[in-house]
Design a protein. Structure first.
Length: 106
């Protein structure tokens, strides 16, 4: 039997970050687009003020808390934050594009 509408509904999944198993809620389009938009602040910091960088960091922490509820309100170091983002974004691209050079967090 083929796929059904039920198969298309978003589902939570387990992710591992630094060896800790966490529940990642379904990533909504708004989350993926916001992360992609915010990534520019961190990859091109010279283009943004300190206040804009702080606001971007707060927004990123809010998104992480929404998608990975166990991390809501938890301050993460940069390395852990990047690992969480990678885990969040890891399977949202179509499978045929995973090996392309274009990614949402380039």
């Amino acid at each position: 039997m083929g796929l059904t509408v039920e198969d298309l509904k978003p589902k939570s999944k387990k992710i591992k970050v630094k060896g800790v198993e966490l529940t990642r809620k379904p990533v909504r389009m708004r989350h993926a687009l916001a992360i992609a938009r915010l990534s520019d602040v961190f990859t091109n910091p010279a283009n943004y003020s300190e206040q804009q960088t702080e606001e971007a960091e707060a927004e990123l922490e809010r998104i992480i808390g929404k998608v990975v509820p166990e991390l809501e309100g938890v301050e993460l170091d940069a390395s852990t934050t990047m690992e969480v983002i990678e885990a969040i974004m890891s399977d949202i691209e179509p499978s045929d594009n995973r090996n392309s050079k274009i990614t949402m967090l380039s």
